[in-house]
Design a protein around this ligand. Structure first.
Ligand code: PEP
Ligand code: MG
Length: 560
C-alpha cells in the first residue's frame, strides 16, 4: 500500500475515490484584443460577467453557514472590486479583450495585496479565484471549483480557494487533501469548522489517478492507496465514533472529577449563538477584530456595544473573555495598521497599536464595559501581544479606569512566557495564544505550509513555554488561572498535555468540544500530569505526539 504523508489538520478516517479539482481556467493569450466589440461594449461585457460571478458567489454565501458564509461574502465583494474593474477598463481602452484585461488586472491587484503582506496577502487567492471565474463567464466555460457529483468523494487539490472550501457539501466531500497549504490555511480552518478530515502539505497527491480509492487519516496526516480490510474497519469504526462525538454534554471534566471548562473561540454574535448551541461553557476568546475586519474607520461606540452585547447575550451568567483589537500582521485593520512595515508580525500589532493610535483602546474598553453593564455575562478582558510586565500593568490600569474588573493578558510572545510571574502579578489571568506563541518561539511564519513542521505546537520548546507560564502563574502569593485559546486546545491529545501542565480552561472551535471533552474524560488528572511530563521530555515534536498518542488508546477508538 502506497502512502502519502502530510500534516493532519482535522481528524477523521474515511475511504473514497479521489476527485481532483478541475484544471484551472487558462490564461487568455497575451495580446488578445477586442476586435469586433467597441471598448464600451467590452467594458459592459466585463462588468456583466463580474456581476454574474458576484451574484453566484452571493447565492452560495446565502446557503453556506458560519465561517463559510463570511469567506464567500468577502470573496463576492472582490468580484466587483473597483480597483480590479478600473484597471481592467483601462486595459480594454488600450485594446485588450475583456478576458485578457481582467486577467492582467487581477495579476496586478494580487501582486499589490501580496506585497502588503499578512491578512491582505491571504486575499491574493480570492482575487485570482475571482479573476478565473470572470474569465470562465466571459468565455462561456463552466465555473472553476469543486466537481459536482452525486456520489461522495475525497477532494484532492493543490490548495483550495476560499470560495471553494466555503461551499463544500460535507455530504458529498468526505475529506480534503492538498499538496500545498499549511496548518493555518483556509483549507485547514474550514475543514475543522465543518468537521471534515483533512491533510495539507501532502506532496505527490496531485499525481494520483482520478477515481482511485484511497484511505485518508486526518489525525495521522496520511493518505493511503488501495485500502484493505484494516482501513475499511478503521473507517467504519470512525463513522460510528463520529456519531457519538457529535455532541458535547456541556462539562469538561477528567475521569476523577477535575473540572476544565471547555470554552469557545468566536468572532461575533452569530458564532456565539452556535457555540452556545454546542454547549460551550462560555467564550474563551472573542476575537473583536473579526467584528470589524475590512473597516476603514474605527467602529463607533454604539456599533461596538451592539457587537459585544450580541455575544454576551448568548452566554447569560457565563464567562466571556473579550480580547481587545488584535490588529496587524495577518489581520490588518485599515484604521490601526501601517501596512508599509517591513516585518508586520514583529511590528506594531495587538496591544502595541495603543502606542500609535492612542484612544482607540480606551474607547473599546469603555464599549466593552457598557455592553457588559447591559448583560449578565461574566466579562473578562485581555490584551493581545503583551510582551512586558509594564504593558500588563498599563493595560490593567486602563481596564480599571473603564470599570472592568477582570483584566488579563494573552501569552503569545516568548518574553511573556518567560516573565509570566511578574506579568501575572499585574493582572488577573492569562490565556496562551499557542498559534502565535508557536510562530514566535520557533521563528516560523504561521502562514507558511513549507514551515509546517516547525510551526507545530507539539514542539517541546513550545510545551516548555506553556510550562514556564503556568509555573509563573503559580508563584507564591498570586495563583492566577491560565487558559489556552490557540488551536492547540482543539487537539484532544495536546489538550490532555495542556491540562497536565496545569492549564485551567481550554477554548476552541465548537466542533472540537465533544472530542476534547471525551478524551479528557478518559484520563485522571494524575494521568494527564504524567503524560504531560512525557511530552515535555520528548526530543522532537513528532516523538512528543506519538508518545502521547500511545498513552491515549481512546484516541484510536474514537478515530481522533
Ligand atoms: C493565538 O495566537 O493563538 C491566538 C489565539 O490568537 P490569533 O490566532 O487570533 O492570533
Ligand atoms: Mg495570536
Amino acid at each position: 500500500m502506497e502512502n502519502f504523508a502530510g500534516v493532519g489538520v482535522s481528524p477523521g478516517r474515511v475511504i473514497g475515490p479521489v476527485r481532483h479539482m478541475p484544471p484551472s481556467v487558462g490564461e487568455p493569450p497575451a495580446g488578445e484584443r477586442h476586435d469586433t466589440d467597441t471598448p464600451e461594449e467590452s467594458v459592459a461585457a466585463l462588468k456583466a460577467a463580474a456581476k454574474t460571478v458576484q451574484e453566484e458567489l452571493k447565492r452560495r454565501a446565502g446557503i453556506a453557514k458560519g465561517d463559510a458564509k463570511a469567506v464567500l461574502q468577502a470573496t463576492s465583494l472582490m468580484a466587483t472590486d473597483p480597483l480590479l474593474l478600473k484597471s481592467a477598463t483601462k486595459l480594454i481602452n488600450n485594446g485588450a479583450s475583456p478576458a485578457r484585461a481582467v486577467w492582467e488586472a487581477g495579476a496586478s491587484v494580487a501582486e499589490m495585496l501580496h506585497n502588503l503582506g499578512g491578512y491582505m496577502a491571504e486575499r491574493t487567492a480570492d482575487v485570482l479565484d475571482v479573476r478565473s471565474r470572470i474569465v470562465a463567464e466571459l468565455r462561456g466555460l463552466p465555473a472553476p471549483g469543486i466537481p459536482s457529483s452525486d456520489t461522495p468523494f475525497i477532494l484532492v487539490a493543490e490548495d483550495l480557494a476560499p470560495a471553494d472550501t466555503a461551499t463544500l457539501d460535507p455530504a458529498v466531500v468526505l475529506a480534503l487533501v492538498t499538496s500545498g497549504g499549511g496548518p493555518q490555511s483556509h483549507t485547514a480552518i474550514i475543514a475543522r469548522a465543518l468537521g471534515l478530515p483533512a491533510v495539507v502539505a501532502a506532496s505527490g497527491v496531485d499525481d494520483i489517478d482520478e477515481g482511485t480509492p484511497v484511505f485518508v487519516d486526518g489525525a495521522a496526516g496520511t493518505l493511503s492507496l488501495r485500502p484493505g480490510a484494516e482501513e475499511e474497519a478503521a473507517a467504519e469504526a470512525y463513522a460510528t465514533a463520529a456519531a457519538a462525538l457529535a455532541v458535547f454534554d456541556g462539562v469538561g471534566v477528567t475521569a476523577d472529577g477535575h473540572e476544565v471548562p471547555l470554552l469557545a473561540n468566536v468572532g461575533g454574535a452569530a458564532d456565539a449563538v452556535k457555540a452556545a448551541e454546542a454547549k460551550a461553557q462560555g467564550v474563551g476568546l472573542l476575537r473583536t477584530e473579526f467584528c470589524f475586519l475590512g473597516r476603514d474607520t474605527e467602529p463607533t461606540a454604539q456599533e461596538q456595544v451592539e457587537a459585544y452585547k450580541g455575544v454576551f447575550d448568548a452566554f447569560p451568567g457565563r464567562k466571556v473573555v473579550v480580547r481587545t483589537l488584535d490588529a496587524g500582521a495577518d489581520k490588518p485593520l485599515p484604521f490601526l495598521t501601517d501596512t508599509s512595515e517591513p516585518n508586520p508580525a514583529l511590528g506594531v500589532r495587538g496591544y502595541r497599536t495603543d502606542l500609535t493610535s492612542p484612544g482607540v483602546l480606551e474607547r473599546q474598553l469603555k464599549a466593552i464595559a457598557d455592553a457588559a453593564a447591559q448583560s449578565s455575562a461574566d466579562v473578562w478582558v485581555m490584551a493581545p501581544m503583551i510582551s512586558t510586565a509594564e504593558e500588563a500593568a498599563d493595560f490593567a490600569k486602563l481596564c480599571s479606569n473603564a470599570g472592568l474588573q477582570t483584566p488579563g493578558v494573552m501569552v503569545e510572545v516568548p518574553s511573556a512566557a518567560v516573565m509570566a510571574e511578574s506579568i501575572l502579578g499585574e493582572v488577573s489571568f492569562a490565556s496562551l495564544g499557542t498559534n502565535d506563541l508557536t510562530q514566535y518561539t520557533m521563528a516560523a511564519d504561521r502562514q507558511l505550509g513549507s514551515l509546517a513542521a516547525l510551526n507545530n505546537s507539539w514542539q517541546p520548546a513550545v510545551l516548555r513555554m506553556v510550562k514556564l507560564t503556568v509555573d509563573g502563574s503559580a508563584a507564591e502569593g498570586h495563583a492566577k488561572p491560565v487558559g489556552v485559546c490557540g488551536e492547540a486546545a482543539a487537539d484532544p491529545a495536546l489538550a490532555v498535555v495542556l491540562v497536565g501542565l496545569g492549564i485551567s480552561t481550554l477554548s476552541m472551535t465548537p466542533r472540537a468540544l465533544a472530542g476534547v471533552g471525551a478524551v479528557l474524560n478518559s484520563v485522571t488528572l494524575a494521568d494527564a500530569q504524567r503524560i504531560a511530563g512525557i511530552a515535555v521530555a520528548s526530543p522532537t515534536a513528532a516523538e512528543a505526539k506519538s508518545r502521547v498518542r500511545a498513552e491515549l488508546p481512546v484516541l484510536e477508538s474514537l478515530g481522533l
